[in-house]
Design a protein around this ligand. Structure first.
Ligand code: NAP
Length: 448
């Protein structure tokens, strides 16, 4: 049997495990995760009100319940106190790193670290109950918020800022975050792109959803859209961009309404500084830009301040280096040849990558399927050279001997039961446990 470790139990890790067991009847897969809970960004990144995408957890669950796949949660690979990459290689014939892109990018402008300025990732982690998230009442005393960036994460956080208690309480979001968002007094959210509407990264389905939020209107300035040369005649644009421009045009033509909340979609504004007011952020200063004719923009020297007591920068994720693995700091990925980890000019068999750490933080969840397939194809091509006799018969016993006690599948099922019980006590459906202690205490009930 070929023993493979997959590091990371998000979509790319699960699709890798699935493809391995589907394509080779002689492979055993352990899916390791530093968290006691599986599913990565499907659990901790997909917005709680996106039930349909969240339901993908059902598919990923089937993978982790396969009789040749094991989930080993609570096992940190690399870093202080973690299992060194070199040791992991000794325990398995092959290792596939599916660790994603776990940090956020920075703007590098003055005022970025003022109180009230956060990355979208920090806000998402908070309402998704990530056990490492900061305890912060993001929206307290906030009237206006600015979201910097026009990708799908920006749309998610903008929508979550505009949602009310009635829409949030059926979700599995933690009780603290629900109470805080339910008491929110945010009436205006500006989502701001540095380039034009035809270059925005959001997808039309996600964009249109903003128009369907209760008691919320979407405002777009037609003069701002018209700065984009493609706005007057979008017929030459690729279909996704054309549909975005058409959706924006619909809002630009609409009369102003009287809704309680307003989402302003702004374009051609480049953030240059976060301005303080009473020791925390009070506004974002933007420079007006114009198209440079090559898909980019140039500054005009004209500035506009947009009031905000909360600023979320949503300018993309970034991979982090894992000690013992090569890393390309420019792209934030592990250098690889179609999934095989490349160490300089050498591509020694046995180490692989899939998902965002392989190709960068792009694409939707389904993009990880072909990505995982490509990696697995190469791993299985290498299989004859990978089988070694010195691999222990059961890596879990070796881990335990080293003081690492994984949260196995029944531990995760105990967490699920505890979340259902918490939901029942609160008169809601499932409610996520939001801290390490509660998660590990729940997991331990599986063995006692
Ligand atoms: P993204 O799609 O790469 O968007 C990043 C945004 O930040 C872009 O608008 C970019 O503008 C802007 N930006 C970057 N640097 C900037 C700077 N210095 N100043 C101002 N703006 C800056 O990233 P994302 O939104 O984090 O999404 C990551 C991936 O997850 C995407 O593939 C996305 O589709 C996916 N996702 C999907 C869903 C869904 O399907 N519902 C939900 C969430 C995320 P430029 O274009 O000008 O660089």
């Amino acid at each position: 049997m070929l023993r493979v470790a997959v590091v990371g139990s998000g979509p790319s890790g699960c699709y890798t495990a699935q493809t391995l067991v589907q394509q080779d009847p002689d492979v055993l897969v352990d899916v390791l995760d530093r968290l006691p809970c599986p599913f990565g960004l499907v659990r901790y990144g997909v917005a709680p009100d996106h039930e349909k995408i969240k339901s993908l957890q059902g598919n990923l669950r089937t993978v982790l319940e396969h009789d040749r796949v094991r989930f080993l949660g609570g096992v940190r690979v690399g870093g202080p106190g973690g299992l060194p990459v070199e040791r992991l290689r000794e325990l398995y014939h092959a290792v596939v790193y599916c660790v994603g892109a776990s940090t956020d990018r920075h703007l590098g402008i003055p005022g970025e670290n003022l109180p009230g300025s956060w990355s979208a990732t920090e806000f998402v982690s908070w309402y998704s109950a990530h056990p490492d998230s900061v305890a912060e009442a993001f929206v307290r005393e906030v009237r206006s918020a600015v979201v910097i960036g026009v990708g799908n994460v920006a749309v998610d956080v903008t929508r979550m800022l505009a949602r009310g208690a009635a829409e949030l309480s059926p979700t599995d979001m933690p009780q603290d975050a629900l109470s805080t968002l339910a008491a929110s007094r945010v009436t205006e959210v500006s989502m701001v792109g540095r380039r034009g509407p035809s270059q925005a990264r959001f997808t039309t389905k996600e964009l249109r959803e903003l128009g369907g939020l209760p008691d919320t209107e979407v405002a777009v300035d037609p003069a701002e859209l018209a700065l984009d040369p493609a706005y007057a005649d979008p017929s030459g644009l690729p279909a996704p961009q054309r549909r975005n421009v058409e959706a924006l045009r619909g809002w630009a033509d609409g009369p102003p309404g009287a809704a309680a909340r307003r989402i302003r979609l702004r374009f051609f504004l480049r953030p240059v500084e976060l301005l303080a007011d009473g020791g925390r952020v009070g506004a974002v200063r933007f420079e007006r830009t114009v198209p440079d004719g090559h898909g980019g923009v140039t500054g005009t020297g004209r500035f506009e301040d947009v009031e905000a007591q909360l600023v979320l920068r949503s300018v993309g994720y970034r991979g982090v280096p894992l000690e013992g693995l090569p890393f390309d700091a420019e792209s934030g990925t592990v250098p690889n040849a179609y999934g095989r980890v490349a160490r300089g000019c050498f591509v020694p068999p046995g180490e692989y990558v899939a998902g965002w750490i392989k190709r960068g933080p792009t694409g939707v969840i389904g993009t990880n399927r072909p990505c995982a397939k490509e990696t697995v194809t190469h791993l299985l091509e290498d299989a004859p050279t990978l089988v070694r006799k010195d691999v222990p018969p059961d890596p879990v016993a070796a881990l335990r001997a080293e003081g690492i006690v994984p949260v196995e599948w029944r531990g995760w099922q105990a967490i699920e039961r505890a979340e259902a019980e918490l939901g029942a006590r609160l008169g809601r459906s499932v409610v996520k446990l939001a801290d390490w202690d509660s998660l590990l205490t729940a997991a331990r009930t599986a063995v006692s």
